[in-house]
Design a protein around this ligand. Structure first.
Ligand SMILES: Cc1ncc(COP(=O)(O)O)c(C=O)c1O
Length: 435
């Protein structure tokens, strides 16, 4: 057997035996995987439905048309008012296509500050380094959460927008646990004459199910990834006001991409049909209930939940009050078969590689059928691992950290307490099937 298939089998085993609490991950259904692994990957189809630059696209046209129709139906949108593009290869290129379509180089973007939960593709830059290429092309300024509450103060965002006068205001991020007030964001953009891009990469499935509020009445463009709460293949959907749709289509192709990934578009079409079922709505509701139970269990154990809790699928824990680095905690949890993100937190005092927080989410474990009872058990293990790991203090200095890391991994591998929890978690996880 080709080594690659052995590695795939190993990854399947890992996905089954560990608890995946990374909020941007999920388990796509067997039907989605079948579509993505289909003959559609053989075809070139540059262009749009009914207007291709390649011959032989009768079936591809039908798949892409169906995918777009399903996207409109899922979000309850009128095809005369909204345009859909499903060709973006993933969330970051789809966001880039939106900027290319709506902005001239040098124009202004206002977006959420990355260390407080924003996203790289929204133009991340530091005073001494333009990290995202977006920040080399456009003039990007960030807005912040309130220092005390660690949630957005929309009056403050409005004052900043009136001063900075962006052409594009973006909401959405990777680690903000609260719902966005799309209505307010839409009002702000209209006041300053900007476009409003709602990036619901994370929340798409929750919005589709009506569990989080819809940005559609208020946004000019909505971008979503299809592989997070929407539970499809890796990809993106851009839905825009009809008057912007042509510009967005041209920015995707020929502006930024060549042939679309038709097998992915087919997988997206399958996941959009799945998301229309009542069972998906129950799933999305349970995702949020699970995240809230996990958050309240951790809070009861003395953990500092950023913003005090969550309205959605993810929670962010600031570990500074516990006195353990996010890096140490995330690795200790991985040895206990619990996979979370180490993450920056508002008013971060450490580096992104060794941040002060943990980000956790419930989309994947909820797909496996876990409910409130299971969340309580998982929270218990998380607390036990972190309490046990407080003794490991991350040193300062590059050299010292390298040495510490080497010894740390050896210690974790033979740690009796973690080993015991790892075995319990594995036994527990195996009871919940994956597609
Ligand atoms: C808010 C947000 N936007 C965009 C993206 C980019 O998606 P991708 O990783 O598919 O490029 C992500 C991914 O995590 C995200 O969270």
């Amino acid at each position: 057997m080709d080594m690659v298939f052995r590695l795939i089998a190993k990854e399947r085993k890992r996905l089954r035996e560990q608890l995946q609490l990374i909020p941007s991950e999920n388990y796509a259904s067997s039907a989605v995987m079948r579509a993505v692994g289909s003959v559609l990957m053989n075809k070139y189809s540059e262009g749009q439905v009914g207007k291709r630059y390649y011959q032989g696209n009768v079936n591809i046209d039908d798949v892409e048309r169906l995918c777009k129709e399903r996207a409109l139906k899922l979000f309850g949108l009128d095809g005369d008012k909204w345009g859909v593009n499903v060709q973006g290869l993933s969330g970051s290129p789809a966001n880039l296509a939106v900027y290319v379509a709506l902005l001239e180089p040098g124009e202004r973007i206002m977006s959420m500050f990355l260390p407080e939960g924003g996203h790289l593709s929204h133009g991340w830059h530091m005073p001494h380094k333009k990290v995202s290429f977006v920040s080399k092309i456009w003039d990007v300024e960030f807005y912040h959460v309130d220092r005390k509450t660690r949630v957005f103060d929309y009056d403050q965002i409005e004052r900043q927008a009136l001063r900075f006068k962006p052409k594009l205001l973006i909401s959405g991020g990777t680690a903000y646990p609260r719902e966005i007030d799309h209505k307010r964001m839409g009002q702000i953009t209209r006041k300053v004459g900007a476009y409003y891009l709602a990036d619901i990469a994370h929340e798409a499935g929750l919005v589709a199910a009506g569990v989080n509020s819809s940005p559609f009445p208020h946004a000019d463009v909505v971008m979503m990834t299809t592989h997070k709460t929407l539970r499809g293949p890796r990809g993106a959907i851009i839905i825009s006001r009809k008057k912007l749709a042509q510009k967005i289509d041209s920015a995707v192709f020929p502006g930024l991409q060549g042939g679309p990934h038709n097998h992915t578009i087919a997988g997206i079409a399958v996941c959009l049909a799945e998301a229309q079922r009542a069972s998906f709505r129950h799933y999305a509701k349970q995702v949020v209930v699970n995240a809230q139970v996990l958050a309240s269990e951790l809070a009861a154990a003395g953990f500092d939940l950023v913003s005090g809790g969550t309205d959605k699928h993810l929670l962010l824990v600031d570990l500074r009050t516990i006195g353990i680095s996010g890096w140490v905690a995330a690795w200790a949890l991985e040895y206990a078969n619990i996979i979370v993100n180490r993450n920056t937190v508002p008013q971060e005092t450490a580096s992104p590689y060794y941040p002060s927080g943990l980000r956790m989410g419930t989309p994947a474990i909820t797909t496996r059928g876990m409910k409130e009872r299971e969340m309580r058990r998982i929270a218990g293990w998380i607390v036990a691992v972190i309490e046990h790991s407080r003794k490991w203090v991350l040193p300062e200095g590059k050299q010292q950290r390298r040495l510490f890391a080497q010894r740390f991994h050896k210690r974790l591998a033979i740690d009796g307490t973690l080993d015991l929890i790892a075995k319990e978690v594995k036994r527990f996880a195996r009871r919940f099937p994956i597609p």
